[in-house]
Design a protein around this ligand. Structure first.
Ligand code: AVJ
Length: 448
């Protein structure tokens, strides 16, 4: 149907356990566990997207901020059109920043998203192809392992392989090194790998990110039980399990559990399985490992990779204070060793809604310099359209803020409520402002 789109769908790996087999093994184990890769059915993928938009889930914002700032530099590292391979592409939302920079640098790009959710891939490839006429897509509906094989077979262009979102955090540290080594083995001279890794940080920030106030992460976790009910004829009572996220500081990982709130029996028809849960018994559903800069060095070394560049973003540390140090505290080094400090630039500004400005009366102003543009008026536009206009004007997008009416100053509420959900309520810089090309435009979107 579209000559810029090709699908690769390897047959399911027969040696790999099925959902049914994994659920049986996990629930028969003591303590019980379920594999986090089963979170991502259609409902779970949607809930994960909602998590990424949460104020408390800082990971997406941090990574977006990093990509917005460094995508042009990353693109400039390649002299000719490349293949951009992404493991676990999801909505490809953050990847747009790189896609845009690579298209700007080379005029064309082949994007190779690898994802287990075919539904998600279908939706994202459709909009990406519509948004970027010079983009070609090879969509790989597969798990990482088969995706890796596909990556090797796709083509002979230089490759930038992306593994974003701190997905590396779901693997134990030694598994992560093994996996990265296999990725490395598929790379050729001149190829690059960009990995998004969440840094270790304070417990409060972490536990808030994995147990948000709106209960989205709780629903995401509980969707595993709902999925067992849907696909395997289970009778889990979702109200009788509680979402728990706790940070194990020594292991450096956030652990998620589903805790049985009472003694109960659960039946899974298709598995012919009956499982008793004691009150307080916990099913382990996910680990999210966090890394110190030194742990990242060790990970790279164990995978046979050299760290060429690192881009860090810290927002829980106020501007001007030390956000990170390398070597880390407590490390043994020779006297006179250099200590690298990363100084925080603080939290990114949160745009607040401004009432719509009347259309600016065109006053004669000095001509625009070649590197200047006028910020377009994005107020009341649907988010996607506003994002398109930002890039079309030579400006850059960044993460957006999603606001509800209770986050808005009383005098701005009437205006806020006049804008439909999903549309822009405010922007920084304001419409009509004269700025340098490439300036980032922050949007606030009405959430509900
Ligand atoms: C997609 C695995 C990176 O661990 O932060 C989000 C999944 N779990 N909230 C993460 C997740 C709970 C996420 N990863």
């Amino acid at each position: 149907m579209n000559d810029r789109l090709r699908w690769i769908e390897p047959p399911p790996d027969a040696s790999r356990a099925t959902f049914a087999q994994d659920v049986r093994a996990g629930l028969e184990a003591q303590p019980p566990r379920l594999d986090c890769r089963y979170f991502y059915d259609a409902a779970g993928s949607e809930l994960f997207e909602a998590i990424c938009a949460l104020e408390e889930y800082y990971l997406t914002r941090a990574e977006t901020e990093i990509l917005a700032e460094h995508a042009p530099t990353i693109a400039a590292g390649f002299r000719q059109p490349i293949s951009l391979v992404e493991l676990g592409s999801g909505s490809s939302r953050k990847t747009r920043l790189l896609i845009e920079a690579l298209l700007a640098a080379h005029g064309s790009l082949r994007y190779v998203p690898v994802d287990i959710s075919r539904t998600m891939l279908e939706a994202t490839t459709r909009t990406l192809l519509a948004d970027y006429p010079a983009l070609e897509i090879v969509a790989v509906a597969a798990e990482y392992e088969q995706g890796l094989a596909a990556v090797r077979s796709v083509d002979d262009r230089p490759r930038l392989v992306l593994w974003l979102g701190s997905n590396v955090g779901n693997l134990h540290r030694d598994e992560a090194a093994d996996f990265l080594r296999r990725v490395r083995d598929g790379l050729a001279e001149g190829d690059r790998l960009l990995v998004g890794i969440d840094l270790r940080k304070d417990r409060a920030t972490l536990e808030r990110a994995y147990d948000d106030s709106r209960g989205v992460t709780a629903r995401f976790n509980l969707n595993l039980l709902a999925r067992i009910n849907r696909e395997l004829g289970g009778d889990f009572d979702l109200a009788a399990f509680r979402h728990v996220a706790r940070y194990d500081e020594v292991a450096g990982r956030v652990e998620m559990y589903l805790v049985s709130t009472r003694e109960q029996m659960v039946r899974i028809r298709d598995l012919d399985l009956v499982r008793r849960f004691a009150a307080g018994e916990a099913i382990h559903t996910e680990n999210s490992y966090k890394y110190s800069p030194a742990e990242i060095d060790r990970l790279a070394a164990a995978a046979g990779l050299r760290v060429e560049a690192r881009f860090e973003f810290h927002e829980s540390v106020p501007a001007g204070l030390v956000a990170a140090q390398a070597p880390g505290p407590g490390e043994r080094v020779p006297p006179g060793s250099p200590v690298l400090l990363t100084i925080s630039r603080g939290r990114a500004p949160t745009p607040t809604p401004v009432p719509p400005t009347p259309a600016p009366t065109p006053t004669p102003t000095p001509a625009l310099a070649p590197d200047e543009v006028i910020v377009p008026d994005l107020i009341r536009l649907p988010e996607a359209e506003a994002m398109r206009r930002i890039t079309a004007s030579g400006l850059m997008t960044t993460y957006n803020n999603y606001q509800t009416v209770d986050q808005v100053a009383p005098e701005a509420r009437a205006f806020f409520l006049s804008v439909p959900p999903g549309h822009v309520v405010s922007q920084i810089p304001a419409p009509g402002t004269r700025v340098k090309k490439g300036t980032r435009v922050h949007l606030a979107i009405r959430k509900e």
